[in-house]
Design a protein around this ligand. Sequence first.
Ligand SMILES: NC(=O)c1ccc[n+]([C@@H]2O[C@H](COP(=O)([O-])OP(=O)(O)OC[C@H]3O[C@@H](n4cnc5c(N)ncnc54)[C@H](O)[C@@H]3O)[C@@H](O)[C@H]2O)c1
Length: 448
Amino acid sequence: MSTESQSGQKTASASNVAPATGKLGVMVVGLGAVATTMIAGVEAVRRGLAKPIGSLTQMGTIRLGRRTDNNSPLIKDFVPLADLNDVVFTGWDIFEDNVYESAAHAKVLDKDTLEKLKPYLETIKPMPAVFDQYYVKRLHGTHVKKGKNKRDLADQLIADIQAFKKTVDRVVMIWCGSTEIFMQPTAVHQSIEAFEKGLEADDIGIAPSQIYAYAALSQGVPFANGAPNLTVDVPAMIELSKKNSAPVCGKDFKTGQTFMKTILAPALKARMIGVSGWFSTNILGNRDGEVLDDAQSFKTKEESKLGSLEYIFQPELYPDLYKDIYHKIRINYYPPRGDDKEAWDNIDIFGWLGYPMQIKVNFLCRDSILAAPIALDLVLFMDLAKRTPELKSRGIQEWLSFYLKSPQTAEGLYPEHDLFIQSMKLKNTLRHIMGAGLITHLGLEYYD
Ligand SMILES: NC(=O)c1ccc[n+]([C@@H]2O[C@H](COP(=O)([O-])OP(=O)(O)OC[C@H]3O[C@@H](n4cnc5c(N)ncnc54)[C@H](O)[C@@H]3O)[C@@H](O)[C@H]2O)c1
């Protein structure tokens, strides 16, 4: 057997992934900047008005076999993904604005584009949300469900899911809602039974995002999480995910600064360059920035952003290089910039014999333009996972860490943050489920 790649041939018999026939229903929690940019973008692509740039599922290729085979199909031609024309959106929000109004408010896409898409975007009106201001201090929801307890609210969401299921063939849910206050797992999160009792008892440890996740997973619906909220990162949800073959993945879209971090840090480590400090600051003026201006929501985001360096640098293995890194993250709400976030990084590094150097990164990005294709890819890949016998009952889909600031892993396993390892893992997972050979990059066979 060759070493760089085993046979890349796709053998229909080796893959038992169910085809993506019919409509894929996407239930989006929170129809704000990211969600509306994703939905409007999908419609623009469907109409041939724009290209799906930034989306691996739409534009990416995957090499099969040896480098000399010249066989690199598009990912969407290699694995059976839902076609964008078969994607149907619905969602919930705490405000009544339809997707057109919400997109206009978010000011991510220009007026011309939005006007062209208006008739379609106006048809997507949010269902009343499950919301409690205790968990997002800066928002005052007006379009919210009322119920006698959290169980009742979960049942109302389940009714929404069941009604939508009647109109489509498969359903995926994605959280594009706000960042909730920082929460840690408690007794109520330790088992399905404890969680269900907690719903009845209105346990304070159960945040709205967990009520949505519970509703989705209990209906066998995969749940992806774009925010850093605790949500499915607890034993009860993993148990439910496995039990009902409803995949979950990590959390918090890896878009701007952390995306850069998980590219630069592995490179420095690969060359054994030391790091003494990494100061990251952001200015952001959209509603997300306003929510993150609250200390308790910021803490949730901070924890999610802090994790990557610690895991990439492995200071326990390299104490001379990374033991005492001073890592600081700031997010400042600055309304004039709207969704156009600016992120600065100052990295103090040291090289041969300890001589100091500096790297400065100034990323002038557009938050939702970076997040929208990630949200789309997660939705399409979670649907694929649900149709893949080998993946659907495993709970956590670690191969989707590529998209997330906080990858989720099996107990006792450290998360892999390095973007290129994540990318390799994702593509090898696709090769594996399709019965194609994995690519190891050894490549000795070319020199036989
Ligand atoms: N844009 C990025 O680059 C990026 C990156 C990583 C994570 N995120 C996260 O994605 C999420 C969405 O970001 P955004 O810029 O679209 O924010 P946004 O404020 O524009 O949108 C969030 C929407 O969620 C709604 N909402 C809040 N709580 C809800 C609930 N319980 N049920 C239903 N709707 C609810 C809000 O009303 C709002 O419309 C945020 O949590 C953000 O931190 C964004």
